[in-house]
Ligand binder design. Sequence first.
Ligand code: B12
Ligand code: SF4
Ligand code: SF4
Length: 389
Amino acid sequence: MGALRQPRLLEGEALKRAFTARAETLGFDVVRIARPDGIPLAPERLKAWLADGHHGSMEWMVETAERRADPRILWSEVKSVILLGLNYGPAGDPLEALALKDRGSISVYARNRDYHDVIKGKLKEAAGLLAAKGGADVKVFVDTAPVMEKPLAQAAGLGWQGKHTVIVSRDFGNWLFLGAIFTTVELPADAPERDHCGSCRRCLDICPTKAFPAPYQLDARRCISYLTIEHKGHIPEDLRSGIGNRIFGCDDCLAVCPWNKFAQTARETRLVQRDDLAALPLAELARLDDAGFRARFAGTPIKRTGRDRFIRNVLIAIGNSGEQRLAEEAVRLLDDASPLIRAMAIWALSRLLSASELAQHAEERRDRETDAEVRCEWERALAGQEAAA
Ligand code: B12
Ligand code: SF4
Ligand code: SF4
């Protein structure tokens, strides 16, 4: 019997060309390649960031720090790291919803399908070509694994990390999701992108909660995106008013970047922003129970926080709204089963009601409150109103 004929494998530029064409057909807007040793400064910088506590309660970043900082520790056989960008550029002004005080603003990235779901499938399909045509092993990552996607994307030339730390692209501005493919095949690497921020500091100055201790460094503990999405506990009092009506994520530092003049509207239909998800009536949201929350936000990234954290955010927006008529929603939530919600209902009412009205609600509930933090919230709210009187 004759030997089975192996199909000829592609390599080098030919494999890179075939891969890029496939990835573009799948809808990726940018495809670039970095060497696995392309981010030599990342380990020290990540270490310093963690040592400063800038990760807040994202303990998983500490646990995975070593392999996060160096692709070769994550996977010793990796020879090339492919970075892919998917454009999710909004059609209109992404900050428009901030002026609508009786509505909650959802950040652009969450105004349609969860990008993890959209990108993962595409990455797997694109990676299939490397296995079939290059005989390579592959691993695909989007956000979920310990991979420093931003410095790798800069090393691959996809864009540069702006002073707000997010990747800015000369072709797509600030609106690219990132995904990565690690592979055992050697592909010709692209040149890194250089910094084009110059003397600009718009993103630093706009931040409502002053989350940048220095250019290129973010203290997540002060970032509204962290506070409204990742943070599971009570939101520190001094940051609540800066949150305004941002109930899920924040786009301010991205939206003001002058490089957005090159931005384009998303092509991927599952990432085109849904108008019904941009600015939602706070009164309606405050009435969602668990099942209602899950049904309303199925398939979107919003479902990740669960109902209690989301309503906590909604109550902060109600407190910041100045809308007296929203007080009744907060009053109802004073008796919610979640202490996270009861505490923020108190805070919201301390901003909307008179001292005597608040005192009356306190009288009915304070003594039977079982949660120490909620009791503290009552004390703080009443003391604050006394001081203001
Ligand atoms: C943790 C995390 C967060 C945290 C922390 C954000 C942060 N800046 O680290 C929180 C919850 C706050 C967050 C928020 C957001 N996130 Co996020 N997040 C991540 C995640 C999972 C890890 C990021 C990370 O490694 N952080 C650790 C720090 C140390 O890394 P770093 O920012 O790269 O730090 C560098 C700089 O500080 C720099 N540096 C330090 N000192 C100095 C000094 C000088 C002189 C220089 C030049 C540089 C420099 O070096 C460090 C290492 O390279 C990534 C996905 C991933 N796996 O990479 C998504 C990711 C970064 N997030 C993303 C998005 C979209 C967002 C939001 C826009 C969502 C929103 N609308 O609310 C906001 C943006 C807020 C902001 N300004 O960063 C996208 C960004 C896409 C892009 N184009 O870059 C990513 C890549 C997810 C994805 N797959 O698309 N996120
Ligand atoms: S996302 Fe918002 S809160 Fe976070 S750093 Fe940017 S502007 Fe500040
Ligand atoms: S707003 Fe200015 S400083 Fe910030 S990322 Fe864009 S160009 Fe850089």
